[in-house]
Ligand binder design. Structure first.
Ligand code: UDP
Ligand code: MG
Length: 313
């Protein structure tokens, strides 16, 4: 029989968080009183996470399932893999670091039961650094403008999905993707609710500036062609402007005579244009990179082992 609820948790070096998370989560799910499963994906942790996940599986062998990756494939691929395994009617994702309180899960379920197929959370009093909060606000704004995705807080991973949404995501086969945005693109009736947010319980964030920038490029190029289109328009505008400049310089040369001054202005303009050109190449490169990843058809992740006990259910 299918469990009512599957909780999906990506884990990357979270040794000090797993037991406290497990205790709180199981308390909440037991209280709901319906069959559930917890699917952890160990995303190539180098600490004791793997051993601890095994202990959790042994503690509740019928409920806890563990997918062991062969390396670090990233948070969204960890969730993707779990989506291929989950059996629940409703699937909830949350982080392993206790920033998303498990106690909020019943609120998400209530909304799903009301008929929404995707329930997103937006974080109240987000407990992250000033830089992260403001960078997110900025990226949320851009995303809202260039994609059709309406989400108050794209970075919040405490979310609930109906079964068919998860099936669509799992079979989409996308390589570098952003799960909440993908879910949104399959949703017929999404909604959002406010959820709590706590400071990370132990350890430190797995996202540095570089992978944050990567993740957001994946989001923009994975869900919108606007960056390319903006660039075409920009190229068009710049060519118009340079045409005006050339005509102006030509007229000046005819009527005023050859000029020597203004060389640096020209350099300034040139560097700007060169910069713009390189930026444009970069954007095209992002899309070509995506196409390359897709056509290469390498596995998106490699699973080393799955701990689960499916009999007796
Ligand atoms: N995570 C993962 N693989 C990664 C990076 C992160 O599975 O490559 C997991 C991590 O263990 C946590 C969740 O994704 O459960 C969110 O990561 P983190 O708390 O570091 O991100 P932040 O809260 O700083 O955005
Ligand atoms: Mg976190």
């Amino acid at each position: 029989m299918r469990p009512y609820l599957s909780a999906v948790i990506p884990v990357y070096n979270e040794e000090d968080n797993l037991w406290p998370l497990f205790d709180r989560l199981v308390a909440v799910l037991d209280a709901i009183g319906k069959p559930f499963e917890i699917v952890f994906t160990n995303d190539g942790s180098a600490d004791r996470s793997s051993a601890i996940l095994r202990e959790l599986h042994e503690r509740r062998p019928n409920e806890v399932r563990v997918i062991e990756f062969n390396g670090n494939f990233g948070q969204h691929m960890a969730i993707m893999a779990a989506f291929e395994y989950v059996r629940g009617e409703i699937v909830v994702t949350l982080d392993a670091d206790l920033q998303n309180p498990p106690e909020d899960i019943p609120k998400l379920l209530e909304k799903i039961e009301q008929g929404f197929d995707v329930v997103g959370g937006y974080r109240r009093d987000r407990q992250d650094t000033w830089f992260r909060r403001n960078a997110s606000r900025f990226i949320n704004l851009i995303r809202a403008r260039i994609t059709r995705i309406e989400m108050r807080d794209q970075g919040c991973m405490l979310r609930a999905y109906r079964r068919h949404i998860v099936d669509n995501i799992a079979t989409s086969g996308e390589v570098s993707t952003f799960i909440p945005a993908l879910a949104y693109s399959f949703a017929a009736n999404p909604t959002e609710i406010e959820v709590q947010h706590a400071p990370r319980a132990a350890g430190h964030s797995k996202y540095h500036l570089y992978n944050l920038i990567r993740l957001n490029f994946d989001l923009m190029t994975g869900f919108s062609l606007v960056p390319l289109q903006v660039f075409t328009m920009l190229g068009f505008a710049v060519s118009l402007l340079s045409a005006v400049l050339v005509i102006y310089l030509l007229l000046q040369r005819i009527f005023v005579g050859p000029e020597v001054q203004g060389v640096f202005t020209l350099f300034g303009i040139m560097y700007f244009l060169v910069g713009l050109g390189i930026f444009g190449l970069g954007i095209i490169g992002e899309y070509i990179g995506r196409i390359y990843l897709e056509v290469r058809k390498r596995p998106r992740f490699v699973i080393r082992e799955v701990l689960q006990r499916l009999d007796g259910q």
